[in-house]
Design a protein around this ligand. Sequence first.
Ligand code: FAD
Length: 543
Amino acid sequence: MDQNNDDIFLSLVSSGAASGLLLWQGWTVTGFVLFTVFMYFLSKLRGTEKIRTPENFQVVVIGAGVSGICIGKRLKDAGINFTILEKSATLGGTWYDNRYPGVACDVPSHLYSFSFFMNPSWTRAYSHGKEIHNYLQTATSKFGIYPNIKCGKKVTSSTWDQDQGVWKIECEDGDSYNANIVIYGSGALHKPRLPDYKGMEKFKGPAFHTAQYQKGFDPAGKKIGLIGTGASAVQAVPNLAEMGVKSLEVFQRTPCWSPPRLDYKYPESVKTMFKLLPFTNTILRWFYFWRGEIRFRMIFQQESWIQAKLSKYVHGMVKHHYRNVVKDPELCAKLTPSYDMGCKRITPSDTYLQAFNKENVHLTTDKIEEITETGIRTVDGKNHEVDAIIYATGFDILGSANPFKTIGRNGADVVKSFGDTPMALYGITHYDVPNAFWLLGPGTGLGHNSIIYMIECQAEYAMDGIRNLVNSGAKSMVVKKEVVMNYWDWMQENLKGKVFSSQQVASWYKNDRGVNWTLWPLDLVSYWWYTKTVKMEDYNLSY
Ligand SMILES: Cc1cc2nc3c(=O)[nH]c(=O)nc-3n(C[C@H](O)[C@H](O)[C@H](O)COP(=O)(O)OP(=O)(O)OC[C@H]3O[C@@H](n4cnc5c(N)ncnc54)[C@H](O)[C@@H]3O)c2cc1C
């Protein structure tokens, strides 16, 4: 089978499996489409309920990425006063910070967008970072929340005042804000992680992390060393290779699973259809959603023999794809992982493996010993001379979960409470932190679907919490410790048998002790089910 056929075959199998499973569950494809259209129109009929807060009631949101914008829209709809504090010069978070060549989303755009603000004009199936950033700017404008965002406000601490029942939020510039409710939307993949190789400071040329891509850096004619083979590397490598680099040497510690992404441009006629028939966007969105849910059962869950068989089959197909694409069998073997797909983030691409067939792209698998003035020395003693180093070395996940000091109830230091296993009920509320909600908090990352779905569920949960608090007349609400501890045990139990908890390979999903505190263990429908309302019996109220 040639590569094209192979890609088409992969696509057909996954799409076929998606449709097949729907049929198996008693649905017809027509039923699915009609149901989605019905739900689409039903959602349009749903009004927005205002929440009557006491005078001077204030919400402070920290971060103006997808999370901050999502909750901003919900707060605005509910008629609640709020301010979003953002440390950068503008909104967008991930999609503003990451500007390396090829930065893109690996979830289809119709799914990686707000359900309440679909975009018929996506130019391609998987949009580039700039287009997503533009989309977020348009959404913010459409929601009318630009005036609520204060940029250049880096939060340095949040402190709970028990007597007043308010949060005091302090910024680096000396400003401070009081809030009845604080919403943390400061990102899960936000702090770039640089390795600590000996001699890094000695290197004479430009050296930077992918999330801090040097403005104006021109790779043309340069010898570049790129360290890492995670999601950012998979996007940057083929794009840099196309930018006239003299050579691109990729330093790999662990190979990655990179099945075809099957990206394509939307023809104008299809975009016109999306505009004229808005529910077609929703149909496509739900198709991708269910496909993701089915893939979760095929690849990530390995509990039953059927799943084990399906997973083996999928692995076989992807390995076949590697052999078809990479011309040199020795190189192919080095690029092929020996751990199961999903143990680390799967990084689909239509161009990453192909890039290694180019004459100017090389793979080095020897361990890095040190950075020298002129390059990268590996343990075999070879100094790989380069003009520039790009660190595609991922993010400090624990640091991202603790971006600043938070002092909660009874003076509890949340960074200490979190330790190396941050936890919160559904990733949203913590027993030491009253009147506060996390968006994209601990244990809510995903390896198989759109994080925006999770963020929307969390925003709804936060709004329900605020509604309940206001209606109760209480000053504060805090989740019970035993509820969070029981939830943690439940989560760890449910992580068993999931490939992303396996100890086959180290990954950012797990801490140094191998404990996974970052990922939601089940499918997304379950997450929606658990978070659709706040169970007030899980909370203590103070008046
Ligand atoms: C390169 C890259 C690719 C990704 N691709 C995908 C993908 O394909 N699919 C997917 O589902 N997810 C992907 N993600 C995850 C992505 O982070 C989320 O999808 C989403 O953007 C998270 O939005 P957020 O608002 O929660 O966090 P962020 O986008 O990180 O935004 C957090 C905001 O908080 C601000 N902030 C942080 N600290 C402070 C502070 N102390 N004071 C004030 N403001 C602060 C930041 O400046 C930032 O604007 C990717 C992440 C990266 C880095």
